[in-house]
Design a protein around this ligand. Structure first.
Ligand SMILES: Cc1cc2nc3c(=O)[nH]c(=O)nc-3n(C[C@H](O)[C@H](O)[C@H](O)COP(=O)(O)O)c2cc1C
Length: 393
């Protein structure tokens, strides 16, 4: 009693790290824990577990568990016991006596060792040993044994390694948050635009009206018969710009360059070669102005016509629905007799899934303004040359 009185425990716990072994969060695991004072948080980088038999030369290969990033406060972390150690402690040919050693690799190249008898170690393994102090906050999940390349990082480099991991995680979180904000902002802007356009459309009808009746007559073409037309839909202008570039490349053979909002679907019946431009919106959806005329397109006959499509999309933002709308737009044209030209290789595009694929190629030219705008001119030029051959224009 008198000895205890003479020691200043509160000072000791402020100044020194306390660490130890406890039950894990399930049988078959150990718990590793550390407590430290406010004034000198000392990091625990790694715990190394080894065991040997005192009667035979049986030695268990060491297993290391690196904490990256290192916990910043008192913690309890469960670790999975290696198969070899389980075999050694409780397996059919288990050792009859020996020791299990836990080495705590701390900051400043300090290593602390705790050794247990086999009986004590087995108690922990079965969840019947001592528990960790209550003030150690539990880290969820458990650590598995280090992969070889991690286990090989020397003690002196562990601080740098764990800091790199910490920075990588922080960077990933930051990027994910930025991306989330970007997508939300884009959605907000897109929605506002769609609503504004819908309001504008409601205010002034775009289709021509049949003479005298005031009703919209969509059965008559508004275009003169022609050899080549480029028709696009575009919500924020990108597809319209690519359509312009394409017109420049194809030159005078392009008789019409039109937004689908300025045409009737029936206009396609008087054009021999049709080039369509369509962006994908709202996660795999066809652009709204094209969506509005799909039913009418399905009722038309395109026999004898050649059709080609270019699609705009964002591979990084929407890798699973990349330029999907191209397939949806082509469907009525091909089903009703048009012949597809202008298939385009997927080389150089980084996406996961797309409905716009046929025989390992895109259904037509794909332009990605968000990620590969530097390639737009080159791609448009090459596709224009390809179309000139395939369509005979
Ligand atoms: C809210 C939103 C959803 C989008 N969804 C997709 C998509 O599912 N697949 C894709 O490839 N691109 C998608 N995009 C990218 C657009 O297709 C791309 O920005 C295109 O260049 C827009 O063309 P536009 O300006 O002619 O409307 C999306 C963009 C936004 C803002």
């Amino acid at each position: 009693m008198s000895l205890l009185k003479n020691l200043n425990f509160s000072k000791m716990s402020e100044a020194s790290v306390k660490y130890g072994i406890s039950n894990g969060d399930e049988p078959g695991h150990f718990g590793i824990w550390a407590l430290w004072g406010k004034s000198n948080p000392t990091e625990v980088f790694r715990v190394i577990v080894s065991a040997h038999s005192s009667k035979s030369s049986l030695v268990v290969p060491i297993a290391s568990y690196t904490l990256a990033p290192t916990p910043t406060e008192s913690f309890l972390q469960s670790i999975e016991t290696s198969q070899e150690l389980k075999q050694f402690l409780v397996g059919s040919d288990r050792a009859s006596s020996g020791q299990v050693t836990f080495q705590f690799l701390l900051a400043n190249d300090v290593t602390k060792t705790i050794t247990y008898s086999l009986e004590q170690a087995i108690k922990f393994l079965r969840g019947k040993g001592s528990k960790a102090p209550k003030s150690a906050s539990v880290i969820s999940g458990y650590l598995v044994r280090d992969r070889q390349e991690i286990a090989e990082i020397p003690h002196s480099q562990l601080k740098a390694y764990t800091e790199t991991v910490k920075a990588q995680i922080a960077d990933k979180l930051k990027k994910a948050e930025e991306e989330k904000l970007r997508v939300e902002e884009e959605k907000r802007a897109a929605l506002a635009k769609v609503q504004a356009e819908a309001a504008a459309k409601a205010a002034k009808p775009v289709a021509t009206k049949a003479e005298g009746t005031g009703a919209i007559d969509r059965s008559k073409p508004t275009l003169l018969a022609s050899k080549l037309a480029i028709v696009f839909g575009s919500s924020t202008g990108n597809t319209a710009n690519v359509a312009e570039l394409l017109k420049k490349e194809l030159g005078a053979s392009v008789e019409h360059l039109k937004n689908i909002t300025d045409l009737h679907p029936v206009d396609f019946t008087v054009v021999e070669n049709i080039i369509l431009g369509v962006p994908t919106w709202h996660i795999g959806e066809i652009q709204e102005d094209w969506a509005a005329v799909l039913t009418e397109l399905r009722a038309l006959n395109f026999t004898g016509k050649k059709v080609a499509v270019f699609g705009l999309g964002d591979a990084k933002g929407y890798p699973d629905t990349y330029v999907d709308a191209m397939a949806e737009l082509l469907e009525p044209f091909e089903k009703n007799g048009a012949k597809l030209c202008g298939l385009w290789p997927t080389d150089g595009y980084d996406f996961k899934k797309s409905k716009a694929l046929r025989d390992g190629k895109f259904l037509g030219l794909v332009i990605d303004i968000e990620n590969q705008d530097n390639l737009t001119d080159k791609r448009v030029k090459a596709w224009a040359l390809q179309l000139q051959k395939e369509m005979g224009i």
